[in-house]
Each structure stands twice: as C-alpha cells, then as structure tokens.
Design a protein around this ligand. Sequence first.
Ligand code: SF4
Length: 322
Amino acid sequence: MIVTYSRNVFVPLTRNCRNRCAYCCFRTDELNLMKPEEVEKLLRTARNAKEALFTFGEKPDLRDDFKKELRKLGYKNFLDYIVDMNFLAIKNGLLPHTNAGVLSKEELKKLKPFNASMGLMLEQAVELECHAESPGKRPELRINTIRCAGKLQIPFTTGILIGIGEKTYDREYSIEVILEIHKNYGHIQEVIIQNFMPKKGTKMENWKPVSEEEMVDVVKFARKILPKDVAIQVPPNLVKDLEIFLRAGANDVGGISDVTPDYINPEAPWPSIDLIVSKLKDFVFMERLPIYPKFVKLKWYSEIVGGLIEKYSNADGYARSL
Ligand code: SF4
C-alpha cells in the first residue's frame, strides 16, 4: 500500500487570533507578526522541502495594533500580506499551502493563484464548549469556507479533531458532512484525523486524551465512507503506533519538516521520514506535493505555482526525486 508524505517548512505568520479555543497553546495576546525578512530567512532554511505550510491565527487584523503593525510593513490589509508571503515562498522554490481559518469566497479567490492547495480543519460539525469563545469555530462558517473552496476548485485539506468534547456519533457525522461537501465539488484531497493532546497552561490541560482504539475506529469509519482518492492522514507525531492506523486505512502522514517544529503541538517532535520508512517496511512511502497527484493531473493550479508543480512532479503526480 502506498503511504504519502510531504516535506515542508512550517511558517507561523502570526500567533494572534480572534478565537480562544480552550485547548490552544499557540495563540498569544502579545502582538505577534513575522516580518517579511524573518519569513524569508525561515524559508531559506528549508532543506529538501517542497511545501511552505502557512498556518496561523484567524483574523488577527481585527485588532487595531495588528493593523498598525501591518501598515508599518507597508500592507493595507492582512490578505495582501499573506499573498506577499506566499509569493516569497514561490520565489524561494516552495509551494504554498495556506490555512488561514475561515475565509470568504472572495478571500479564497485572492489566495488561490498563490497556493498549490489550501486547508481548513472542520474540527467537528457540531457546537462544542471548548469553542465557546471562538466565533470562527462555528461549524456553519467552516462548512461555508470549505464549500466556497470547492466552488473555486481549490484542492483542499480538511479534517477533524477528536477528543474535544464531542460524542462518538458527532465524529461520524462530521466525516459525513465532509463527504457530502466533497460529493458536490470533488475538491477534498485529504481528511486529517487528529487526536487532541492536552497542553499545559490551557483550560483543557487535565483532559484525558482519546484512546488509540477510538482513533482507530474513526479512521476505519472514514476509510469506509470516503472515496479512495481522498487520503486519510494521521499525524505521525501524535500517535504511538502509526502502523495500526495505516492498517486501519490511513494512507498519508502529512507534512514532515526537517527544520521547523509542529508549532501547534510543540511537545511532539516529528519523527524523521527515514525512521518511519525503516520501521514500516510493508508500506511503500512516496513523497507528494502539497497538491495531491489527482489535482496535479487535473491541472487545478495557476500559472504562478504551475512552474514549480511541473518541475517537482513526476508523470504520476507524485514528487519527483531531484
Ligand atoms: S486553535 Fe487555532 S483558532 Fe483556536 S485559538 Fe488557537 S490559533 Fe486560534
């Protein structure tokens, strides 16, 4: 069985966020925005990487001091800044994948040409207490963003976060919601099944993480109902025994970075891909780009990122060995 991964560099443009998820250790109240020169320095450290993963807080520009900081850097708004940082990645030979939180169709349309793919975790399709102070975690808003990405033919990554107060049937319902959206637009390239890990200093620091059995059940359910060309990703730094999940139907281990940590789960370092490959000899590991092979072949990309996609992909749409 083929299992894919992407070599990336993680670029956390800002830790400011309008939401206050009860499990988050990434968000900060202190003004926080990477300067373009800091972004470029980080991008240049990316050995072997083909993907620049832009993940950051949602709508930080609702703060006046953040807007002021943007203006100091010469930007009228946050979207213009993101586009510029995406372009910086492209100039440095990296394919952007942006996860900017809830966006409108117009905002997605602006980012689309500068991204090989984009993403937004659905998390759960039901309202949960841990999101009581997170307006951007309202399921209908996230579903709308995922739908709009489909209308715009943006190869899209989504997923669910497990163990944050949902019931077992909520997990299944959330995957069914993703499936229904995908049936309409065909743009979902992967579904991440991520287990919540309690973080010190957060409101949920004493919560019990979900068991491996529960996680495996969700992976099996997702594999049963999702089409074969939608990959199921399990983060290899958050599970103890990756093999169990691959045998249950997961077939992607996501982005792995040689140079940057998982800023969202800093306590969990990524294992090296060489280590994973050496341990799991029954599986064939293939490097992919942030845009999945199916969408490479369908050419769901702009001319701006097309040059790099064509340079980096082989005839099957996977990453070419350079
Ligand atoms: S988890 Fe994401 S959306 Fe929630 S507070 Fe943290 S950065 Fe914001």
